[in-house]
Write a protein that binds this ligand. Structure first.
Ligand code: ADP
Ligand code: MG
Length: 685
């Protein structure tokens, strides 16, 4: 697609350019791909008598008179006549230009919502345009775009129009007819979506609609994505990794120190990983396993093989707390190896960090655990053999793909192992992770009891606290999770401290602490460890404890304002309990008035503990358009595809991608270039 700079588009100067950047638009191609979010139908004038209260309508009228009042508030009221019926038009905000439009005897076209006022029909703040006998009616639906302050719909429309008109026809290069794309090409699709002919029904051409133009975009984007994934896979195959087979001290060490027998499922997955590690092409494996299924032990078994060959392993966790926890369990698994295991996070003091970096470079550290800090530019590994990424759904695809080898020994690429607790159903993950092999841990360690889940309204909060206090006196440990919209909320409204104070006031003897994301790492650690060691009985927390915190003795979790969380997140939170052999309880505390979907989520959680099933139900409840919500943003870099809504195309595109990548390298590259340039980084291949 011929792409040109924004400056070449009439009407765009530096100022507008910067504003468009905020919309993620940096060239003409981005403008072409900036699709309308809705449409106005201004293709025919309507008769006002047929418009009812709240209808949107497009009418023409003649101005009779206007008056501008300043009290009780500023208002411009215009009386007009349309198809013989009186209509009054009201503006609470207006400028001199608008006053001129509504000159007596002018003919004006208005688009807006009709209201039945006290004295007849009204339109408040309609869009308006002065017309004469010759003014034509548009033949196309009028697109409405997402925009920013300072770039009006009209301006944005004209920029997009210019870009689409000057796009060039290089696109005809990408001809997919042979592959069953019988319909219209991309350029034609974009034209139809930006400027739909008046014969097209709005709902067909809107996102999710069934119009061939929409289908074309979706199918092509899916195909390009799959091709991107497959070509990543191919490139990896061609690159070299070290092969790890022989067992040494590290493996013996972990086998001796493992406090339990691995489950059949864990063993199966370990074997799959081991097999990959013996190969000389880099492993790219995803381990899916429900919360508490024991992914850490599996990952560390893999790590031991690499350390046994005196190579290095980097284990990356999404939060500092989780990194700390992994560090502690790693030390436990490899007793006697403490000096060769390190922790590196953004809160590691700089002196300490320098020391660690130096040791990494000298290969004196074999297993390093941390957060993103592990992959900053100046972190250089002597012989990095394996990268483990825990709870992958917390990282974006881009990051995942861009993780470079960072080996000073450039001849080899590290193996990749990714762990995730099934945020998405199997069918979808096959597509999203087409570049990976997938292993599934489908059983929990023995002796685990089903977590009992109940729900209650906020009015029972006091009673619940009373019962918690009693349970803690009997040896229970409990989490109390509060919903914050964002961690930064801690500063203003503070449900955490509020709940804490309430509990402290009524039960001063209950050992209770609270934790949230904006605390210093050191402090967080201390609090978590107090809880781990049983010093604290009740821990009030934000979702910072969502992943990874592992306190097997904890047997109660209360989730306050559970209606604010998504299913996947609730399940993940609930997974903080039921990690030992105690019978655990989860209490979902909700507001009195909750929506239908929130109520359904509660029912799903009460009904099952199975993460896979929850993921499936999640799809059903959320329905099209919502699956990749807040929790999962960044996972899938699609422009238009909605994996749930468009799941019917997935299988077909997977097959097609396999065919095209082996048949037509040029086409593959062109499609990847068109859809994924910038979002997939091949640096690691
Ligand atoms: P997740 O898959 O959620 O990351 P973890 O690796 O944190 O799970 O393991 C959850 C808990 O189960 C930990 O306390 C861990 O020590 C324990 N565990 C793991 N595997 C087994 C097993 N085979 N038998 C008993 N307990 C196990
Ligand atoms: Mg884990």
């Amino acid at each position: 697609m011929a792409t040109f700079d924004l400056e070449n588009i009439p009407g765009i100067g530096l100022n507008t350019k910067n504003k468009l950047l905020k919309l993620g638009i940096s060239n003409s191609r981005d403008l072409c791909f900036h699709l309308p979010v809705s449409y106005q139908d201004k293709t025919k004038l309507q008769n006002i008598s047929q418009l009812n209260h709240d209808d949107f309508g497009y009418i023409e009228c003649e101005i009779l008179n206007k008056k501008i009042l300043y009290k009780p508030r500023k208002i411009m009221i215009i009386n007009a006549i349309s198809n013989g019926e009186k209509v009054s038009i009201k503006f609470f905000y207006f400028n001199p230009g608008m006053i001129k439009i509504f000159k007596e005897k002018n003919f004006v076209r208005l688009y807006g919502q009709i209201k039945n006022g006290l004295y007849g029909k009204e339109m408040i703040h309609p869009e308006c345009e002065v017309v004469n006998k010759d003014t034509k009616i548009s033949n196309t639906l009028t697109s409405i775009y997402r925009t920013v302050k300072g770039v009006s719909q009209n301006k944005l429309r004209s920029f997009i129009k210019f870009s689409v008109q000057n796009i060039g026809d290089e696109d005809n290069d990408i001809n997919l007819k042979k592959y069953g794309f019988d319909e219209i090409n991309l350029l034609e699709s974009l034209k139809q979506i930006h400027f739909p002919d008046k014969s097209i029904k709005k709902e067909d051409i809107l996102p999710g609609g069934n119009h061939p133009a929409r289908r074309r975009l979706i199918k092509e984007e899916l195909l390009a994505f799959q091709l991107g994934m497959l070509s990543l896979k191919e490139r990896r195959k061609k690159s070299k990794a070290r092969s790890y087979k022989s067992i040494g001290e590290w493996t013996k060490n972990i086998e001796t120190n493992m406090p339990f027998n691995l489950t059949v499922s864990q063993l199966k997955v370990i074997n799959e990983i081991k097999k990959d590690l013996t190969e000389t092409s880099p492993m790219m494996r995803l381990v899916q396993g429900d919360v508490g299924s024991g992914k850490t032990a599996v990952a560390l078994m893999a790590a031991s093989l690499v350390a046994d060959k005196s190579d290095q392993v980097a284990l990356m966790a999404p939060t500092t707390i989780l990194a700390e926890q992994h560090y502690l369990s790693t030390l436990n698994f490899f007793k006697g190896k403490e000096s060769q295991i390190a922790l590196l996070t953004s809160s590691t003091p700089s002196k300490e960090r320098d020391k660690i970096l130096n040791k990494l470079f000298l290969n004196e550290i074999k297993i390093i655990i941390g957060t993103h800090a592990l992959f900053q530019k100046d972190v250089e590994y002597a012989d990095l053999g394996l990268i483990i990424i825990d709870e992958q759904h917390r990282f974006g695809v881009n990051q995942r793909l861009a993780l470079k080898s960072q080996n000073s020994n450039k001849k080899y690429i590290p193996h990749h192992l990714t762990l995730t607790a099934t945020p998405i159903p199997r069918t979808l993950s096959m597509s999203i992770y087409a570049n990976m092999s997938i292993s599934i841990i489908d059983e929990l360690p023995p002796g685990r009891k089903e977590i009992t889940t109940t729900s209650m309204g906020m009015n029972k909060k006091n009673e619940l606290i009373k019962r918690l206090n009693e349970a803690c006196a009997q040896g229970s440990q409990a989490y109390w999770v509060c919903a914050l919209v964002e961690e930064s909320d801690v500063i203003n409204a503070n449900p955490i401290e509020e709940t804490f104070n309430e509990i402290k006031k009524n039960y001063p003897n209950l050992a209770c602490e609270y934790i949230h994301g904006s605390m210093k790492a050191e402090q967080k650690n201390k609090i978590i460890n107090n809880f781990k060691n049983g010093i604290t009985k009740l821990l009030i927390a934000t979702t910072v404890i969502e992943v990874g915190v592992d306190v097997p003795n904890a047997d109660i979790i209360v989730i306050e304002n559970c209606e604010r969380f998504g299913l996947a997140q609730l399940h993940q939170l609930r997974g903080r309990v039921g990690r030992g052999d105690k019978q655990s309880n989860c209490v979902l505390l909700h507001n009195e008035n909750i929506g239908e979907n929130a109520a359904k989520r509660i029912e799903v959680l009460k009904g099952t503990n199975d993460g896979f099933e929850i993921a499936e139900q999640d799809l059903e409840i959320r329905g099209p358009g919502e699956i990749m919500g807040q929790e999962q943003t960044g996972v899938v870099p699609f422009k238009y595809v909605d994996l749930v809504r468009d799941s019917k195309f997935i299988e077909e595109s997977t097959d097609l991608a396999k065919q095209i990548i082996s048949d037509d390298k040029k086409l593959t590259d062109k499609l990847i270039q068109r859809w994924l340039s910038g979002s997939i980084d091949y640096a690691d291949a």
